[in-house]
Structures are given as structure tokens and as C-alpha cells.
Write a new protein. Structure first.
Length: 197
């Protein structure tokens, strides 16, 4: 998909980009105990979605792009606190690993954000193919990225922190024709407030 190479002056930005700091815990079921882990999460007030989906419960986002593994995102707390809670709760049915320092979380929003991401994404991001509530893993700008459509006109992107600076610079450069504007940082609670439940 081609995109315009210049944004007419005076036009409002068609795309915004901001960091979404969060505690990220990967939950993995052990010994085919995914249903037990899902039930445990429900008792804790969190829905663990099926593969290829993202859901929000209160201030928590949960997404799944691999069978029997989930990423659970919550507002930042003290280092390792969220993982420690999950490790204790999951004993016997799963494990919880703290990925908060391993993954950078970004939000891309605006009417042209799908056109921007199409410049480097191998997925079909048409809203009819990748609607709100969908999640997938892919490669963008030569780095692994997890995308989650959290609301109309908003995608959450997770990429390794080690390549996060490169990825954010790529987004900034690719977004110039769309009038990309940095929009400050926000917490995962801001994202999950409007995400599908």
C-alpha cells in the first residue's frame, strides 16, 4: 500500500505515537493445564483470551499470540511484583515470567495509523481482517512485534526493548508523511479503559 509522502500544512496529525509503560507478565500453562490456568485467572477477575485475541478487564490487558501462553499487562508497580503474585498463584498449573524490562510497549493511534503500519507490516491490517480485539505477532522494520487492536483507531505494539529504540525511530520516520506527532506517555490503565472486555 502506498501512502502520501507529504502532509498538507495545517492538517491535524493523522497518527500519534506514545509509550505505554506497563508491567508485563507472560503466563504459560504447564502439562496441558491451560483450562486450570484460565479458571485461576477468572477467579482473579482476569479473562485470558483465545489465541489471536486481546481483552481488557479493569486496568489489565491480556493478549494471546501463542497457544497456552498469555501476556498480562498491568499498570507499573515495583519491579517484579506482578510476576511474583502470578508465580505464587500459578503454582502447579503454570508459570509467570516478568517481561516488563524485556518488552517496550507503544501505542499508535489515529485515522491513518493502519496505513502507516502497512509500510512495514506483513499482516493485513484492514479493520475487517484485523478488527478491535485481535492480536498477532509479526516482523516489522526487521524486528519482532506483537500488535493488538485495543479500540477503533488504536493499536498497541510490543517489541523487544533491545530493538525498541530502532523500532520507535522507524515508526517516527515512516510516520512523517502522516504528520506523526509524539503524544507523551501514558499507562496501560489508560489503554485498557477502552479496550474490549
Amino acid at each position: 500500500m502506498s501512502a502520501p509522502e507529504a502532509t498538507p500544512s495545517g492538517r491535524a496529525s493523522a497518527v500519534t505515537l506514545r509509550a505505554r509503560p506497563a508491567d508485563v507478565v507472560e503466563l504459560a500453562a504447564v502439562r496441558d493445564r491451560a483450562q486450570v490456568l484460565k479458571a485461576l485467572a477468572r477467579r482473579r477477575g482476569i479473562q485470558l483470551p483465545d489465541p489471536g485475541h486481546v481483552v481488557a478487564t479493569g486496568s489489565t490487558l491480556a493478549l494471546c499470540v501463542r497457544p497456552e501462553r498469555w501476556l498480562v499487562m498491568t499498570p507499573p508497580e515495583s519491579t517484579g511484583a506482578a510476576a511474583a503474585v502470578w508465580q505464587a498463584a500459578c503454582a502447579g498449573c503454570g508459570i509467570g515470567v516478568d517481561l516488563s524490562s524485556a518488552l517496550m510497549s507503544l501505542e499508535v493511534a489515529g485515522p491513518e495509523m493502519r496505513a502507516l503500519l502497512a509500510r512495514g507490516c506483513r499482516l493485513d491490517l484492514d479493520p475487517e481482517v484485523f478488527p478491535v480485539g485481535r492480536a498477532a505477532a509479526t516482523i516489522m522494520a526487521q524486528v519482532p512485534v506483537i500488535l493488538a487492536a485495543i479500540e477503533a483507531g488504536v493499536l498497541l505494539l510490543l517489541t523487544p526493548t533491545s530493538t525498541g529504540r530502532h523500532f520507535r525511530e522507524w515508526l517516527t520516520h515512516a510516520g512523517r508523511p502522516f504528520g506523526l506527532a509524539p503524544d507523551g506517555d501514558a499507562s496501560v490503565a489508560d489503554v485498557s479503559a477502552d479496550a474490549p472486555t
